[in-house]
Design a protein around this ligand. Structure first.
Ligand code: NAD
Length: 469
């Protein structure tokens, strides 16, 4: 890492008294109709794609400083996904924006019913630290495509990524319509006092409650993208090597700070040792010189580091592999535990760190009952080649997504809806789902003159003979 990167200035917070002025300014520009033409939206969209592509190297460096993330991981899990989403939207939004005929209805066809997707106004996007660009730019780009002005509140926990985007955005986009606001709780509180036309929040369920309560004061519609304890149900007949490879990757990616990562694995007692042995083998393949020397992300803050280290100290689970830490750089090795019980400290809430507990079980029904007695997770994963097992897990659990034999991958598929259920959030994002979320589906119809010949009965004076006629 170059010394110039290390001396990147800390994030400049937006002065609190500026926040309402920025909001007013964007509202005025939105009301001027500048974003109505699809051509203007397309031009802004292309500029956003250029912003990402022109500045790949700079973003990779900032991710290294803020999250200790390897260049390859930043490209694969963050920047490439952004470009895929941006391109998909760029290629499709003009079609989605066209007026749409609803299904044919003989009784009302003459009224020419049409759905017109119109912008909502000024959209607020509040982002998390773990995917600071992916979780903000993908909504900013949809705001552009749907014709909304947008303010993005970046996470203060990734100051270098946030300050790079804050500096770059006005160089590429129309700053009268798209702006970034930076800050911590006081600045976000000031932002939340304003009246928005839609809020997209990505973060924890605890903060989501603050966002939803603030939005309720103005009856603002919200989309909440949250987290949870995503379980794996592992069929004892499954290929354990494949399972361990995919799950250790999931837990190593961004040091387990990924909303869709596996939280814990349920596996029958008799298969636990085979799975643990597979993890030990894969661990050596992934990190041949030991995890400390490998390109593994670090934890975002000292608080996060202490929380995960504390869990490792308190757990009654046995370490299968990992367990090392280095306080100075907030590093904790991906750590697989076995013989973890559901009342263990690591099972209390979303881990959001590099600990992977294996929970041996007597039967799957008990594991499913435990899962259903807790908050609905963002995703449920089944590792199996057995179609009956797959259907059993699908039919007996609730979650935002359901994936067989992999994790995280569902978030990268631009054509699938992505969103939580219950405590893992509400509202669908991705592709045309988020396009519809940030649009108002304005219903229109036109009444032709001849209709009165067949519907003249509706006009007063009402008489029994006319109604029966
Ligand atoms: P967080 O809830 O702590 O913070 C998110 C945002 O809220 C930040 O911009 C922060 O500044 C702001 N904020 C924090 N406290 C606030 C307060 N008291 N009042 C107003 N605003 C406040 O979340 P995080 O730690 O940045 O991210 C981790 C969480 O996000 C995890 O739970 C993870 O599962 C979830 N997540 C979900 C998705 C998804 O797509 N479903 C994606 C990424 C992260």
């Amino acid at each position: 890492m170059s010394s110039s990167t290390r001396t990147t200035p800390v994030l400049q917070y937006t002065p609190i008294d500026e926040i309402p002025k920025i909001h007013e300014h964007l509202k005025a520009t939105y009301n001027s109709g500048r974003l109505r033409p699809l051509e203007y939206r397309k031009q802004q969209l292309l500029r956003l794609i250029h912003l990402v592509e022109d500045n790949y190297a700079r973003f990779e460096e900032t991710f290294k400083v803020d999250l200790g993330r390897h260049t390859l991981e930043v490209a694969a899990a963050e920047l490439n996904n952004i470009v895929t989403d941006l391109m998909y939207l760029h290629d499709n939004f003009e079609t989605w924006a066209q007026p749409q005929k609803p299904g044919f209805n003989l009784k009302f066809w003459a009224f020419n019913p049409v759905i017109r997707r119109v912008p909502k106004g000024v959209v607020l996007v509040v982002g998390p630290f773990n995917y600071p660009l992916l979780s903000t730019l993908c909504f900013l780009v949809t705001a552009i495509a749907t014709g909304n002005a947008c303010i993005v509140k970046m996470s203060e926990l990734t100051p270098n990524v946030s300050s790079a985007l804050t500096e770059l955005l006005p160089r590429y986009l129309d700053k009268d319509l798209f702006r970034i606001v930076n800050g911590g709780i006081p600045e976000t509180t000031a932002v939340l006092q304003l009246q928005w036309d839609h809020i997209v929040f990505t973060g924890s369920p605890a903060v989501a409650r603050i966002i939803a309560a603030a939005a309720a004061k103005h009856l603002t519609p919200t989309t909440l993208e949250l987290g949870g304890q995503c379980p794996v149900f592992c069929d004892p007949k499954m290929d354990m090597y494949l399972t361990a490879r995919r799950l250790l990757w999931s837990k190593s990616l961004n040091a387990g700070q990924t909303c869709t990562t596996v939280n814990h694995i349920f596996v029958p007692y008799e298969a636990q040792d085979a799975l643990a042995e597979a993890f030990a083998r894969v661990y050596n393949e992934f990190f041949p010189e030991g995890p400390e020397k490998a390109a593994i992300s670090t934890l975002v803050t000292d608080v996060a580091f202490k929380r995960i280290k504390g869990l490792l100290e308190k757990t009654k689970g046995e370490v299968v592999c990992g367990g090392q830490w280095e306080e100075g750089r907030r590093f904790i090795a991906p750590t697989v535990l076995k013989n973890v019980t559901v009342d263990d400290v690591v099972m209390e809430s979303e881990l959001f760190g590099p600990i992977l507990p294996i929970v041996p079980i007597k039967d799957f029904q008990g594991a499913i009952d435990w899962t259903n007695s807790h908050s609905h997770p963002l995703a449920v994963y089944a590792f199996t080649d057995d179609p009956k097992f797959k259907e059993y897990v699908f039919n007996n659990t609730h979650s935002g997504q359901f994936v067989v034999n992999d994790t995280n991958i569902q978030a990268a598929i631009p054509t699938l809806p992505f969103g939580g259920v219950g405590e893992s959030g509400y509202g669908m994002v991705k592709g045309h789902y988020i396009f519809d979320t940030l649009s108002h589906l304005r219903a229109t119809c036109e009444s032709p003159r001849f209709v009165d010949m067949v519907m003249g009965w509706r006009f007063p004076p009402y008489t029994v003979s006319r109604i029966r006629a």
